[in-house]
Design a protein around this ligand. Structure first.
Ligand code: SF4
Ligand code: SF4
Length: 238
């Protein structure tokens, strides 16, 4: 008998939709084990159904009551909720919004989705890589893997940015000069100077990618926020 597929809901609540297209790019990698429900691949998705995992992309506009209540429905509909991409995870570039943009100039305040609901995993990235999303989902199903601790701990971080990397790793002397942060930055806001990264503040969009890519920062984060990651346990329900 064919193995039952894991039911995954994808909802985009705001932002540039770059992370929504990341989910689309990840679909071919997931088809064998996961059944993906997303408005980007079917006409409508029901929040009255039950899902094993919900993937939420985009940050939440606190001035948009409809989206805020949709987010609460998503939490009720899914065993596990993962915030995918920097806007959902930490607000990212939308933290710079101050309203006045069309078509809804009254929308002023965007926040990470954890401002409204409890989130089990957050994966920053602008956008994250499809292979990383696949690994996280597989780890959640199998109940093992490094990504569980990494992204469950990340769900407890209040904020991520190049400043936090500087404060926690570079200025404390923990940096080993590997350059992973510089390579991961989508805006070239980090540059190596004398074998250590330095931040160009005006280029930092607060996406948090450098922090989770840094081997030192990610270890610190896991140590600080180690929690029991919520998993499905061998393909069943959480
Ligand atoms: S330094 Fe780069 S990778 Fe780090 S938070 Fe800023 S934009 Fe993102
Ligand atoms: S990834 Fe971390 S350890 Fe490596 S250069 Fe950047 S700050 Fe230093």
């Amino acid at each position: 008998m064919a193995e039952k597929k894991i039911k995954v809901l994808h909802i985009d609540v705001g932002g540039c939709e770059g992370c929504a297209s990341l989910v689309l790019r990840t679909l071919p990698l997931l088809r064998d084990r996961f059944e993906i429900h997303s408005k980007y691949v079917e006409d409508e998705v029901s929040l009255r159904d039950h899902y094993d995992i919900a993937l939420v992309t985009g940050s939440i506009c606190l001035n948009d009551e409809e989206e805020v209540s949709k987010l609460r429905e998503i939490r009720n509909a899914a065993n596990i909720v993962a915030a995918l991409g920097s806007c959902a995870a930490v607000g990212g570039v939308t933290l710079f919004a101050r309203g006045g943009q069309e078509p809804k100039p009254e929308h002023r305040v965007w926040q990470p989705i954890s401002t409204v609901i409890e989130v089990d995993y957050v994966m920053p990235g602008c956008p994250p890589a499809p292979a990383a999303v696949k690994t996280l989902l597989e780890n959640i199903v199998s109940g093992k893997g490094y990504f569980l601790n990494l992204f469950a701990s990340a769900a407890k971080m209040r904020k991520f940015s190049g400043y936090d990397l500087m404060d926690d790793v570079v200025l404390t002397g923990l940096c080993v000069g590997c350059g992973a942060c510089v390579l991961s930055c989508p805006t070239n806001a980090l540059q190596m100077i004398d074998r250590h990264p330095d931040l160009i503040p005006e280029k930092c969009i607060r996406c948090g990618t450098c922090y989770v890519r840094c081997p030192r920062a990610s270890q610190l984060m896991i140590k600080r926020f180690l929690v029991k990651p919520k998993v499905l346990g061998g393909g069943g329900r959480a």
